[in-house]
Design a protein around this ligand. Structure first.
Ligand code: ARG
Length: 461
């Protein structure tokens, strides 16, 4: 039983079944660099409070440096008897600096305040990384929008043709949504910027350690105000999982459009060969696998969030071992996005848009009907009547299998005396798009303003 973290109290060591269940080193080993950073800060706090003299502190810090490089090189790995990263690294440190000194580091801390702190450090680093990946994706969308400033496409509601819009307007819509995800990450970081270190198992420490200096050492703004809350809360982890799920959902909405646009029926886009896949049997196939994987993985990101919320529900204070279940889902969400986002950005950056095809379809489905109704309103026809008149015009065109601008003068007049031939002036997609120049509208001038506004927003986050 020697070498375990709680040997003396127990007559026997853990059963193999318990060891197998309890072990977390296969996933928490990646917290090793943060664990060692925490140990450095803790050693300094112990020394400042008089529990390590200057020589001991120097030897401890040197030992932690050795430990860090041996873990990084793979020379030190978790033993099959190690339960978690904290215990494994303590044994390894003792192997380096000896039991006399190594055994002093555990004073005034618990794995409970350690793990609660380390998971924040890990997530803060990855929040910054995922934020950077999001910026690249927003840039790719904005660049495609910039390259297609005048292209017009069918805007849809209910997936039906609704009103023509600029392709750039549509692409920037996704950019704005992703900028809010970036904002969420930044805002999350503000709440995550707290150090539970010093909370001990749940009730705090008797040793007079300076928790604020530990927090500062770890790059966190302040220690927790309440040791129970610090060690037992995981809302910061759940919130992070929510933000990753929201990013997944926003990606899935872009992905679904790309999958549709890439069909023969739409014919709006062609995927770059480097960002699409073929079929093992059908030689002609070129598949949008990146978009499909994004759509699929969004389900997994949602699952990670809901699983974690279920773990937290009704969990009494303070620490319970259930809390160990926070890590695998959130690690998986991080890894999922860190591999998905670069591929997704590459797919967007290399898309070819078939703007002539989009433009040709833009007026189809009577998508200029609202322009006719608003043209009538400008001639002081009440909108209710304008809607009726335009509805009759659409029905006439549909019955005769013609477009709105093909209805002849006599037919126009028979539908309503208000429908003079001048109405054809608004029956072009360019005219329609240009006239939607109110705030947030799709008019080229309004869209042009969005580029700098979106870039500013992203830069200031
Ligand atoms: N590995 C645990 C976790 O991830 C921390 C260890 C706390 N264990 C304990 N028996 N208090 O939450």
């Amino acid at each position: 039983n020697e070498g375990s973290l709680w040997g003396a109290r127990f007559a026997s060591g853990p059963s193999p079944e318990l060891q197998a269940l309890s072990k977390s080193t296969h996933f928490d080993w990646q917290l090793a660099p943060y664990d060692i950073a925490g140990s450095r800060a803790h050693a300094r706090a112990l020394s400042a409070a008089g529990y390590l003299d200057a020589d001991e502190l120097a030897a401890m810090l040197a030992g932690l440096d050795t430990l860090e490089s041996r873990v990084a090189s793979g020379e030190i790995v978790a033993a099959h008897t190690d339960e978690d990263v904290h215990g494994a690294l303590e044994s390894a440190l003792i192997g380096i600096v000896g039991a006399e000194l190594g055994g002093k580091l555990r004073a005034g801390r618990s794995r409970n305040d350690q793990i609660a702190t380390l998971v924040r450090l890990y997530l803060k680093d990855h929040a910054a990384n995922i934020g950077q990946l999001l910026v690249h994706l927003i840039d790719a969308l904005a660049s495609q929008a910039d390259a297609h400033r005048t292209a017009i496409m069918p805007g849809r509601t209910h997936l039906q043709h609704a009103q023509p819009v600029l392709l750039a307007h549509h692409l920037l819509a996704h950019g704005w949504a992703l900028s809010r995800d970036l904002d969420r990450l930044v805002d999350w970081t503000r709440r995550a910027d707290v150090s539970p270190y010093g909370g001990g198992a749940l009730a705090g420490s008797t040793l007079g350690l300076d928790a604020a200096s530990v927090a500062r050492d770890l790059g966190l703004a302040a220690p927790s105000e309440n040791s129970i809350d610090g060690t037992a809360s995981r809302d910061v982890v759940a919130e992070f999982a929510f933000v990753t799920a929201m990013i997944g959902i926003d990606l899935s909405r872009i992905a679904e459009e790309i999958i549709l646009w890439n069909t023969r029926e739409f014919g709006f886009v062609t995927l770059h060969d480097g960002y699409s896949t073929g079929s093992s049997i059908m030689p002609q196939k070129k598949n949008p696998d990146i978009a499909e994987l994004a759509r699929g993985k969004s389900g997994r990101l949602i699952g990670n969030l809901t699983g974690l919320l279920a773990t937290l529900k009704a969990l009494p204070l303070a620490y319970n071992r259930d809390l160990q279940e926070d890590k695998e889902p959130v690690f998986d969400s991080v890894e999922t996005l860190e591999v998905l986002l670069p591929a997704f950005t590459g797919m967007i950056a290399t898309l070819t848009f078939h703007t002539e095809r989009m433009a040709a379809l833009a007026p189809a489905g009577f998508s200029l009907a609202t322009d006719v109704a608003e043209w009538l309103v400008k001639r002081h026809v009440p909108f209710r009547d304008a809607h009726e008149i335009t509805g009759a015009l659409v029905r006439h065109a549909e019955e005769h299998s013609i477009e709105l601008d093909e209805v002849d003068d006599a037919a126009l007049a028979s539908i309503s005396p208000h429908l003079t031939p001048e109405v054809r002036e608004v029956l072009t997609v360019e005219g329609s798009v240009a006239s939607r120049d109110g705030v947030s509208g799709t008019a080229p001038d309004r869209v042009a303003e969005q580029f700098s506004k979106l870039a500013d927003r992203v830069r200031h986050l």
